[in-house]
Design a protein. Structure first.
Length: 233
């Protein structure tokens, strides 16, 4: 099979190489066949934030189908060496019209992506940074996807994890050390995620911890009233 077809071609990217950059013309879409990538944005004052992580089977840059002449609103960058099928916008539209099976696949992806974005928003608004970190690690290990999870996740810095969950690197380091002590993760350069990390998501607190609310130690006015647990950030 030739490496290049009309309107589509296989592309190979090294780690840290961009699929496209913020502000580029949105004229194509990528289907990730191998590797991991991330989507990030840069604010007017130069602050960068990671929006999401892509894995095998994801489409990257689907916003190119929205309108002709649009521009990329974010940058997609390879985390590891990647192989992807690059499909020009007009070719993607043609295939969607002519191949219902492919259209169904793409629609399923868009619905899953929409649900993921909603979950990400809820995560950012209501969960503690500790839970957000646990969720990101589980997503990168592909827990919840069909097939066996990939416990050894791609190399990623604590700075990037901090960007993704909206906290500081020092907080990420604190949580990572706690996860490791509790046996939820292992890491020595690469992070290995264990299924037990789900405990952080499923429960309000670790069963191994004896967390005492500061309100219970209050001896001033109002002592003895039911304590209200505050979220850790």
């Amino acid at each position: 099979m030739p490496d290049r077809l009309l309107g589509r071609r296989i592309v190979h990217l090294n780690a840290k190489q961009d699929f496209f950059s913020q502000g580029d013309p949105a004229d194509s879409i990528f289907y990730l066949q191998k590797g991991r990538a991330r989507l990030s944005v840069v604010s007017a004052n130069g602050k960068e934030a990671t929006i999401t992580i892509f894995s095998v089977g994801d489409f990257v840059g689907e916003e190119s189908l929205a309108s002709v002449g649009g521009v990329r609103l974010a940058t997609a960058t390879a985390i590891t060496a990647c192989t992807a099928l690059k499909i020009e916008r007009t070719e993607m539209i043609r295939v969607m019209h002519e191949q219902p099976t492919f259209s169904d696949l793409f629609l399923s992806f868009l619905l899953a992506r929409s649900m993921r974005i909603q979950a990400d928003l809820v995560d950012q608004l209501f969960n503690s940074s500790e839970k957000r970190l646990a969720r990101i690690l589980l997503l990168m290990a592909e827990f919840g996807k069909p097939g066996e999870p990939e416990p050894l996740i791609p190399e990623i810095t604590q700075e990037t994890l901090a960007e993704m969950i909206g906290t500081t690197r020092s907080r990420v380091s604190f949580f990572m050390n706690r996860f490791r002590k509790l046996g939820f993760i292992e890491y020595n350069g690469r992070i290995r995620v264990n299924k037990s990390l789900l405990n952080v998501i499923l429960h309000d607190q670790h069963p191994e911890e004896n967390v005492v609310s500061a309100a219970l130690l209050n001896t001033g006015p109002g002592a003895g009233k039911p304590a209200t647990r505050r979220r850790r950030r």
